[in-house]
Design a protein around this ligand. Structure first.
Ligand SMILES: Cc1cc2nc3c(=O)[nH]c(=O)nc-3n(C[C@H](O)[C@H](O)[C@H](O)COP(=O)(O)O)c2cc1C
Length: 141
């Protein structure tokens, strides 16, 4: 079994990174393979609403100028997906929102590619009681 985690923080070894490491350690103790993607290391931009994924239905984003399709392929190969982000003004970071929009639209255009995957969310915030922006993951599949 494989779990892929996406860190939406621009700080590779920041609070979000520490939380994911702790989570990965527990998964690895159970013999689960893990892979971490630092979203800030490569370009990913938001959905341009071309709706071509709905026409093509080829499990890919029609816009091929960034890492979105690479991440879709990684998610397809994993059984579990962890989305983790610091809270930025009551939301996830722009990089994480771009991932959710791009993967989510391709998934929905292809009958729910992420439907049978196990998902988990990790948020890091400065104030306790901050909202959990990644609750949008419920719409990811
Ligand atoms: C641009 C920006 C916006 C932020 N907005 C919030 C916020 O709305 N609420 C909050 O509790 N913390 C906010 N923070 C603080 C971060 O969520 C917090 O420091 C987090 O632990 C950073 O995680 P990281 O070390 O993985 O980057 C913000 C930080 C930045 C840089």
């Amino acid at each position: 079994m494989k779990v892929i985690g996406f860190n939406g923080s621009p700080r590779k070894n920041g609070n979000t990174g520490i939380l994911i490491c702790n989570l990965f350690n527990e998964l690895e103790k159970e013999g689960i393979e893990t892979e971490l993607v630092q979203l800030s290391h490569k370009k990913i931009h938001g959905c341009i609403a071309c709706y071509k994924c709905m026409e093509n239905k080829d499990q890919r984003c029609a816009v091929n100028d960034d890492s979105a399709n690479e991440y879709i392929e990684k998610i397809m190969r994993a059984q579990g997906v962890i989305l983790s982000s610091p809270v930025y003004f009551l939301d996830a970071t722009p990089e994480m929102k771009a991932l959710i929009d791009r993967v989510g639209f391709v998934s929905r255009s292809n009958g729910g590619l992420c439907r049978n995957k196990v998902g988990a969310l990790v948020d890091a915030a400065r104030r306790s009681g901050a909202m959990h922006p990644l609750d949008t993951m419920g719409h990811f599949s």
